[in-house]
Ligand binder design. Structure first.
Ligand code: FAD
Length: 444
């Protein structure tokens, strides 16, 4: 029987491990717990999703059913009630569908410039966008662009939007129909894109519940505290070792769900152009700040976006105790703030207590939480959170993928394939790969 190593025990690695048949499987995870971006920490009775707010949704039935199936009865069904915080008020999300919640002058500017941009496009006077910033202006007009889309995306991506490509965005954010914008401006209800209008979340255990269920289903070993630090090929066999060069293990097949930086570090003899391409793949890190509050309810929101810098470094607040009362002790509620950062920037330099003070200060200034009600706090740091589509993205990614293919390592998952994949897409990729490996095993 051939032996398969799956590097990384996040959602992708465990999904793949749970679907492999007729092969000896071992999942190797660096941390003491599996889950990657889908980990949840228990702190003082609060369930803190340290990779930020995670909800279960998909346009793909098979991925959605797979995730729901893992949770069996441990699941709640919810409807999105999401807001954008703008000039001290809450605007319905998507922003373009909530224009009537804006101050009248802002509403007028958004409507007028949206119509103007559509007229320019109809007359063929709007040149095709070449970068993300231009795409925002082209799609939404100056009003929505400058009041929301640009400041919000500058926070999330922490990068010059005019240096980002557009291939990844078009499917995610469709151009709103003119009819919807007019309705939205006048206050006639419209939903905008609806693919995550209804979503699921685990009743108990936070998003990690998905991981725990998958881990049980892996027919093989799941080895934590194993930092894959050495990889070499000897006579067709893959020899792995941990960071200290010890605990050698031998495998026939290698699938990597770990970030390419980690993989390249572990591999011996990587050509310099590949190392350079991988080093130039741009990513963002994430800090999450958990604030437990001694109040049964703060609001009815699922989550809220914070585009303006003056309202906080965070780009989003997740009110996860509104998903399930089990994520906080009885009578208390939970907020999780998400802050994007990069090594060496202002946020990176902040210590945990400074991040907490900043977050609590912004929450109390904006009347979301009263300082004296804060009863529990926590900070999470995730090095690899977002893939950034800069303009060299395609070339660097292709160089990396081509090299892995040439040496016989299969990448699978968000960072491993270096693609903006959500949980459903990671599951689909793992399903597809499991089928290929299982079919190969059947024919051997
Ligand atoms: C803020 C945020 C919010 C999100 N919200 C949602 C959402 O609401 N819904 C949704 O569908 N998706 C969401 N996602 C996306 C989702 O988190 C990912 O698609 C998914 O978790 C990726 O899983 P993965 O296993 O591919 O990667 P990861 O979770 O990154 O797992 C990789 C694993 O490899 C391990 N590893 C790394 N290096 C090594 C090494 N050298 N040796 C051994 N192990 C190693 C890591 O510890 C980790 O466990 C969100 C992402 C972010 C950043």
């Amino acid at each position: 029987m051939s032996k398969l190593a799956i590097l990384g025990g996040g959602l992708t690695g465990l999904t793949l491990g749970s679907l492999i048949k007729g092969c000896e499987v071992e999942v190797l995870e660096r941390e003491r717990r599996c889950g990657g971006l889908c980990r949840s920490n228990m702190i003082g009775g609060f369930t803190f999703d340290i990779g930020g707010g995670h909800i279960i949704y998909s346009r793909d039935e098979s991925a959605l059913n797979f995730m729901r199936g893992q949770l069996e009865g441990n699941i709640v069904q919810l409807r999105r009630n999401t807001k954008v915080f703008y000039k001290g008020r809450y605007v319905k999300y998507p922003f373009e569908n909530g224009l009537s919640d804006l101050p009248l002058q802002d509403n007028y500017e958004c409507l007028l410039t949206y119509i103007q941009t559509r007229i320019r496009a109809a007359l063929g006077r709007n040149s095709q966008p070449e970068n993300f910033k231009e795409w925002i202006y082209y799609t939404f007009g100056e009003g929505i662009a400058e009041k929301y889309m640009i400041p919000y995306n500058e926070k999330v991506w922490n990068y010059d939007l005019s240096k980002m490509g557009i291939g990844w965005i078009a499917d995610r954010v469709p151009q709103p129909p003119l009819e919807d914008i007019v309705k939205s401006s006048l206050g006639i209800g419209s939903e905008g894109y609806t693919h995550q209008l209804n979503f699921n979340y685990p009743r108990v255990g936070g998003i990690q519940a998905l991981i725990e269920s998958l881990r049980q289903k892996v027919e093989g070993d799941v080895t934590c505290n194993y930092n894959v630090g050495g990889i070499r090929n000897e006579d067709g066999k893959w020899i792995l070792s941990d960071g200290s060069g010890n605990r050698e293990k031998q495998f026939d097949i290698l699938v990597s769900t770990i970030p390419p930086y980690e993989l390249v570090k572990a591999l011996s003899e990587v050509p310099s152009d590949v190392r350079e391409a991988v080093g130039n793949l741009r990513y963002n890190s994430l800090i999450t700040v958990m604030v437990g509050v001694d109040k049964p309810k703060l609001n009815d929101f699922s989550w809220a976006y914070f585009p303006q810098r003056e309202d906080g470094f965070f780009n989003r607040l997740n009110f996860t105790s509104n998903y399930s009362s089990h994520v906080s002790p009885k009578g208390k509620s939970l907020v999780i703030a998400e802050i994007t950062y990069n090594r060496g920037d202002e946020v990176d330099g902040m210590k945990d207590d400074e991040l907490l003070e900043h977050t609590v200060d912004c929450l109390s200034r904006n009347e979301i939480v009263e300082r004296e009600d804060v009863c529990m706090t926590g900070v999470g740091r995730i090095e690899y959170a977002y893939i950034v589509h800069d303009q060299d993205y395609e070339d660097n990614r292709n160089t990396m993928l081509h090299y892995l293919n040439s040496i016989g390592i299969t990448p699978c998952g968000r960072f491993a394939e270096f693609e903006y994949l959500n949980m459903d897409a990671c599951i689909k990729r793992a399903m597809r790969l499991a089928e290929q490996i299982n079919n190969k095993n059947d024919t051997n």
